[in-house]
Design a binder for this molecule. Structure first.
Ligand code: UN1
Length: 513
């Protein structure tokens, strides 16, 4: 507990935390409803937060609008310099922030630190990007004309993030949008607001040291109502939302109705295909981490294992040897691999899904229990489950945000496995283990995996920040983080310049006046 108290102190977390910040100033310190944040690890009250009101929201939006006028005038590499300094601060606070992520969310410390590392990496990426926000030039059909395109900042970008990556997803959006010249309003998950408050404390000095105005990086602690205000607000040209497909559809509809832009990062139902040519030794690590890491609460978690019948029994046996030995416990204990689920509702959903799938004919091989006794008093620690199932089962078609791995048998060619892999509504991450080139290339081809992420001989989770991250179908189609994902944070403009003394019209049109 002393360790946690030190971390909270270092990160500026108070007993009751303000409802919002516009960068330097904090607001909403009293008279609001409060929310207690309990750690899923040991049930202790970490701290409380004030919940922002609609009035607070208005304050933030108008401050952000003013800030945009200043921020967009700063050359992009200068904005990159601010982001570079933010990256440095994150390096300084990596240990503390990683611990708080772990304690507030329940992921193990290594993953908490890994999440902060992703933030540092995206800062570095964004710094380089700040000199590379380029468009094409093209040849005009008219003489002495030049055509090119530019990317201009959009304005306010709204970021609605989820509890499972409470800080990294904000940074992917905010650091890129920031160098693009946008200002950001971040609404973190109401389950994990303290890490967001901590981030705001961490970046505050950078904003102050550089004499930046209020309103560039804003955070608002609120519930779905604040999210809905954001989605419906025409002053926010882009909403980036991470969470369930149900939430994403609501946000997407509201933003779409006003013809705004949305970047949606929603549910996954990720599969690993194991062909008979798989290196099973390698595959085992990927499967186990993919299925039980983060207690099955990554959008990239491995939920389905599609196994060739010739290796099915062997794989099942191996898994059944590993699962009873999984170290389940306090996420800050260095020997733990599996921490708790986020809360009791998640535990209910986990057990409900297992009950449902068994009714459909699924065969629960192991797991599904709530752990009790010393260290497990919260009722949020569960034993990861393995279920033999069929791909078309209702429960297999759903994303249950918990450690359930469905074993699905296939026979014949890899095409059959690909069909099963694609036979769900979601399309985020996918993977194949095979040392046969014909199989792996089929999986990567246009008739192969239909997901935004398709991996060979690595698992479904743990994507690097350098690639564009996101998926198709019910996953929402958004791409964030690396590659050219930055483009969505800018508006594109095509410019044609005439440097002749004639005015030829396009398409050969001629007229006299
Ligand atoms: C998420 O679960 O919302 O690929 C993001 C991964 C991480 C990001 C997951 N880099 O597992």
């Amino acid at each position: 507990r002393q360790e946690i108290t030190d971390v909270l102190h270092q990160l500026g977390i108070k007993e009751v935390n303000p409802a919002y910040s516009t960068g330097l100033e904090w607001g909403g310190t009293e008279g609001r409803t409060t929310r207690d944040i309990l750690s899923p690890a040991d049930g202790s009250l970490i701290a409380s937060v004030n919940m922002a009101t609609a009035e607070d929201y208005e304050t933030i939006v108008s401050t952000a609008q003013e800030a945009f006028k200043v921020w967009r005038m700063m050359p992009s590499p200068k904005r990159g310099e601010i982001v570079r300094q933010i990256g440095e601060k994150l390096r300084e606070h990596k240990e503390a922030l990683g611990k708080l992520v772990s304690y507030e969310m329940g992921k193990i410390l290594q993953e908490g630190l890994g999440e902060v590392q992703e933030m540092i990496d995206i800062c570095d990426f964004a710094v380089g990007l700040s000199r590379q926000l380029h468009g094409y030039t093209m040849h005009s059909e008219r003489p002495q004309h030049r055509m090119y395109e530019q990317y201009h900042p959009l304005g306010i970008v709204g970021v609605i993030s989820a509890f499972n990556f409470p800080v990294a997803v904000w940074s992917w959006n905010a650091m890129l949008a920031g160098v693009c010249g946008d200002v950001i309003i971040w609404k973190p998950s109401e389950k994990t607001p303290l890490t967001a408050v901590a981030c705001q404390h961490i970046i505050r000095d950078v904003l102050a040291d550089n004499d930046l105005p209020e309103g560039i990086f804003n955070v608002i602690i609120g519930d779905a109502e604040i999210g809905s205000l954001m989605a419906n607000d025409t002053r926010i040209p882009l909403i980036s939302a991470t969470g369930s497909t149900r939430m994403g559809k609501k946000v997407g509809e509201a933003v779409g109705a006003r013809l705004g832009k949305s970047l949606l990062e929603l549910g996954g139902n990720n599969a690993i295909i194991l062909t008979e040519n798989a290196d099973l030794e390698m595959a085992m690590n990927a499967i186990v981490f993919g299925a039980v890491g983060t207690c099955g609460q990554r959008c990239t978690s491995t939920r389905r294992l599609i196994i060739h019948e010739n290796v099915y029994e062997q794989v099942k046996e191996r898994l059944l040897k590993v699962y009873p030995k999984l170290p389940i416990g306090h996420p800050l204990d260095s020997t733990t691999l599996v921490g708790p689920l986020i809360d009791k509702d998640a535990v209910k959903a986990f057990q409900g899904a297992l009950k449902h799938v068994q009714k459909e004919g699924g065969n629960l091989l192991i797991g599904g229990d709530i752990l009790e006794g010393v260290g497990y008093e919260t009722g949020t620690y569960v034993t990861p489950a393995i279920v033999e199932a069929e791909n078309h089962f209702e429960m297999v078609q759903e994303e249950t945000f918990a450690p359930i791995l469905y074993l699905i048998k296939y026979s014949g060619d890899v095409e059959n496995a690909i069909e099963l892999q694609n036979g769900v509504k979601q399309g985020l991450s996918s993977s194949i283990f095979s040392t046969n080139l014909l199989e792996t290339e089929a999986f990567l081809s246009h008739w192969g995996s239909d997901c935004g992420i398709a991996n060979v001989n690595i698992g479904t989770s743990g994507a690097e920040i350098g690639g564009a991250f996101g998926g198709e179908k019910d996953t929402g189609g958004g791409r964030e983080s690396g590659s050219d994902a930055w483009r969505i944070y800018m508006r594109r403009q095509t410019n044609t310049i005439n440097y002749s003394r004639e005015l030829p019209l396009a398409q050969g049109i001629k007229f006299d006046i």
